[in-house]
Design a protein around this ligand. Structure first.
Ligand code: GLN
Length: 382
């Protein structure tokens, strides 16, 4: 009996490969985007409290009411709106799940989905496994990976069912401006095209930049599902908990799949996060914390043979060009760095179906300062 391959993405993803290599080589690990610093002590206390207080059984299918209320209050406050309520927020076991389930909810066999490369590696399989046909629009390294609207316009066909966007963007750190959202609305507001909006780095923005959520775009009303991640917001990627926000029609379609995929999400984590969101904290806490790490990485590599083309505006990733250092393809270069110099990174080609041969590697700076410092000291000497 043959096993059917339902997607054309890599059999084993680069994050698994590079994290395993980093462990094997005991490398300074700036590869996979996961923090190596501890969780907030209040949050770990609240998780313990949840278990002790009996929050150990299934939560309601869409998520604990207390958590959805806290998210609604928080997002309405930071984005100056009253859009969010418990009926348009659904708690998910992470954002990757949210993206997959959104496609499961909206796609029919043969629907086309436009996505932009470089693209986070779960997008392509999420489209293909759910019967969609991915239509790729390339962002050019020579134009700092800015959006080419003409290319997006040309990619739209009568079969287009959705466009997948990501802001702040992994791996480039670019962000969508209001003008970008308006241009998208010009292109699709009169069409039956959904927007799956991966906004997991919405709380990590640098140099005073602002995040503009997809779900709030009035001209795209009824089309957008915005996906968020507590893993990124609270530095707890291993808790695998996030949420999505969409109008009630999309939310109901999403929940109709969600209830049969997982039914509900880890209750103690939901309780802890609901209580944690009640505590007063500066809204820009993650941005300030990570901007200092971004700057430590960039200053550590200033004057090195690794070239910074474009400073990241959001997310916890920074691309560097290594062409002054090596002519190896990026996967080989990243392997060489990890094995020979004990610094683990991610090759940019992992974000492409057909890599265009760009000599860039991605660093994650969601790492202890000592790790960033040790890695940049090594790299600056190459
Ligand atoms: N988003 C993380 C990154 O880009 C990895 C998440 C994953 O491994 N699925 O590094």
């Amino acid at each position: 009996m043959a096993l059917r391959t339902k997607h054309t993405a890599a059999p084993l993803n680069i994050f698994t490969i590079m994290s395993a290599l980093a462990r094997k080589e005991r490398a300074h690990n700036l590869s996979q985007g996961l923090p190596d610093y501890p969780v907030a002590p209040e949050l770990s206390e609240l998780l313990k409290e949840a278990v002790i207080n009996g929050y150990n059984q299934y939560a309601p299918m869409p998520g604990l009411v207390e958590l959805r209320e806290q998210i609604a209050g928080y997002f309405n406050r930071i984005y100056h709106s009253d859009y969010c309520n418990i009926n348009n927020i659904t708690i998910t076991p992470g954002a990757t799940y949210g993206i997959f389930t959104a496609f499961a909810a909206i796609l029919e066999q043969g629907d086309e989905v436009i996505y932009l490369e470089p693209a986070f590696d779960c997008y392509l399989p999420a489209i293909e496994i759910n019967g969609g046909i991915p239509v790729c629009v390339q962002l050019e390294a020579s134009h700092n990976f800015e959006i080419d609207w003409q290319k997006i316009k040309d990619a739209i066909s009568p079969k287009t069912k959705a466009i997948l966007i990501n802001t702040p963007h992994n791996p480039t750190g670019n962000i969508w401006s209001k003008k970008d959202w308006d241009t998208l609305a010009d292109l699709i507001s009169d069409k039956n095209i959904y927007v799956i909006s991966d906004e997991v780095y919405n709380t990590i923005l640098f140099d005073g930049q602002q995040h503009i959520p997809g779900y709030l775009q009035e001209r795209l009303h009824g089309k957008v599902i915005s996906i968020y991640s507590f893993g990124k917001m609270q530095h707890i990627t291993g808790w695998k908990i996030g949420f999505c926000i969409a109008d009630e029609t999309i939310t109901n379609a999403f929940r109709s799949i969600h209830q049969y995929l997982t039914f509900s999400v880890n209750t103690p984590a939901q309780y802890a996060l609901a209580r944690y969101l009640e505590l007063p904290k500066p809204d820009n806490e993650a941005s300030v914390f990570l901007q200092q790490k971004r700057d430590l990485l960039i200053s550590g590599l200033a004057g090195s043979k690794l070239k910074l083309n474009c400073t990241t505006k959001g997310s916890y990733f920074q691309l560097f060009d290594y062409s002054a250092l090596s002519s190896l393809p990026d996967v080989d270069f990243a392997q060489w760095l990890a094995t020979t110099h004990k610094v683990a990174t991610i090759p940019l080609s992992a974000f492409y179906k057909t890599p265009p041969g760009i000599s860039q590697i991605r660093f994650s700076f969601a790492k202890e300062d000592a790790v960033i410092k040790a890695a940049t000291d090594i790299l600056a000497r190459l």
